[in-house]
Design a protein around this ligand. Structure first.
Ligand code: CS2
Length: 491
């Protein structure tokens, strides 16, 4: 079967939307670091909508900072890939042309730095996941002991990390007398632009204060809130699509129909007219970001750990269990929802209902295991900050504690049937060791894990209610199992 490409595109079924602009003549205005499925279903989708309506020089050069997989998928396809929007009642297909090519950082770091330093490039955006910022999530400071950061500081012309690449390219632009670019974080972190700015400046300071000052004065780091559920693509998705469109597309991405992008409107050298195609350009993103992180992502992580341990593979399956549906509605209304305030015109109750509806989407195979990854990097902003604020105001924290207990149970590395769990987390070994040290003793496990300050800060281990509630939950998990515990409390 032929591959999707510029040449084969004419053979696509008529109901598949295709690019309407001239791809060949478009310049590259954006370099994107971390060209995974999320970027391709989200920012590239918005940029594609702008290109389809207005044209312009906003082609995307994608970069992988680790593996060549995406380049291998997209290069034979001239960068084209299909976005499949899947709802319970049907799907919509669109071929996206915004991504012009993909570079693989480790193969030739200087080529990527040079591309980022090109005068055409006006925006460098990022989806490199929480751990890609190489910061200490509790303080937001750049982790100068991170081996890759140490490497990059000593080899700035051949960086490995996103932070290293940004500073290397900005240095080149400064030296060449070029304008700076806008550095646009699209990761799920509160105040993501500020986090990025802080690590970039701290890194640059290590090289030269002059460079740091130039970056400070010339570069913008807008905050963004990004939202779309994008499960990892499977071989079954690729086979199904081939049958549907008559072409092989190794780069297909599958997403829910819902999508939201809120962006702080601070760009040093222009941007695509994203506001014309559904994005919200605002003066401050923080409340939107807080709502999304605490309600959507906080719920997701809770459902992921407790759901995985209850034997569910997918989020929609967890939601079919009435006790979980009730648990998550209670979590949203009584815990996370209490710590946020809705911006004008934002209906918080409707938002919560809509979230539960999105989680119920059975057409989307969103693995609990996928969301469970990197919990040590996610918990602080998704659940722990909410717990702190609730503790301060005397509010409820029961479900947050249940989620934390489920996470501890999960990172212990063995499920309820005695099978190994493949825990993917930068702190996996430390977490496993902390649990192993206190096998069978819930109080010991909780105490040990809560003393990991990068995740829990130095305060939560001393919060008696938080510690006791989490310990009680973990004890019940070991005695009765997670599903029974949830059913007992949310019948
Ligand atoms: C999920 C997110 O994997 C995860 O941790 O919670 O990727 C989630 O699907 C997105 O933030 C939705 O916008």
């Amino acid at each position: 079967m032929n591959r999707l490409s510029n040449n084969s595109m004419a053979a696509l079924p008529a109901d598949v939307q295709v690019p309407t602009y001239n791809r060949a003549q478009m310049k590259t205005g954006i370099v994107h670091l971390g060209i995974g499925a999320f970027h391709r279903a989200h920012q590239a989708f918005y940029t594609e909508a702008v290109l389809n309506r207005f044209g312009g020089d906003w082609g995307i050069l994608g970069a992988s900072l680790r593996s060549p997989t995406v380049r291998e998928q997209l290069a034979p396809q001239d960068g084209l890939y299909t976005l499949v929007e899947r709802a319970t009642d049907g799907e919509r297909l669109q071929v996206i042309g915004a991504v012009q090519s993909v570079l693989v950082g480790p193969e030739d770091p200087s080529a990527l730095v040079a591309a980022m330093a090109s005068p055409e490039v006006k925006i460098v955006s990022l989806t490199v996941t929480e751990k890609g910022y190489c910061h200490d999530p509790a303080t937001g400071n750049l982790n100068l002991n991170n081996p890759d950061i140490i490497h990059d500081l000593n080899n700035i012309e051949k960086p490995r990390t996103a932070v290293g690449y940004l500073v290397a390219a900005l240095q080149k632009r400064q030296q060449a007398g070029l304008k700076s670019f806008t550095a646009l974080s699209c990761d799920n972190l509160p105040d993501n632009g500020e986090v990025l700015e802080k690590v970039v400046l701290q890194f640059a300071r290590e090289l030269s204060t002059e460079l740091m000052t130039w970056i400070q004065e010339n570069t913008c780091f807008p905050c963004t809130m990004i939202d779309r559920i994008v499960p990892a693509t499977t071989d079954a998705d690729r086979d199904q699509l081939a049958e549907r469109i008559g072409l092989r597309d190794e780069g297909v991405v599958v997403a829910e129909p819902f999508t939201q992008w809120v962006i702080e409107d601070r760009f040093v050298d222009g941007r695509p007219a994203w506001e014309q195609v559904g994005a919200q350009l605002v003066s401050s993103v923080s409340e939107f970001e807080k709502i999304k992180l605490r309600l959507l992502n906080g719920s997701h992580s809770t459902l992921a750990y407790a759901g995985y341990l209850s034997g569910f593979d997918y989020i929609s399956e967890v939601m079919r269990e009435p006790a979980f549906e009730k648990l998550i509605a209670t979590f949203m209304a009584r815990e996370a929802g209490e710590t946020v305030s809705a911006p004008e015109g934002f209906d918080l109750e409707h938002y919560q209902e809509q979230l539960r509806e999105r989680f119920r989407n059975t057409a989307l195979k969103h693995r609990t295991w996928q969301i469970a990854m990197d919990g040590s990097q996610k918990l602080p902003q998704r659940l722990l900050q909410t717990a702190r604020e609730q503790l301060r105001g005397g509010g409820h924290i029961d479900i947050i504690c249940l989620a934390v207990a489920a996470w501890i149970r999960y990172v212990s590395g063995v499920d309820e049937q005695g099978n190994a769990i493949e825990v993917s987390d930068p702190l996996a070994n430390r977490l496993r060791a902390a649990c192993d040290k206190h096998k069978g003793d819930a109080a010991g496990m909780v105490k040990e894990v809560l003393s990991i300050t990068e995740v829990f800060g130095t305060d939560l281990r001393d919060e008696a209610v938080f510690v006791e509630t989490t310990t009680n939950c973990l004890q019940q998990f070991y005695q009765q199992g997670v599903l029974n515990t949830v059913r007992k409390h949310f019948d």
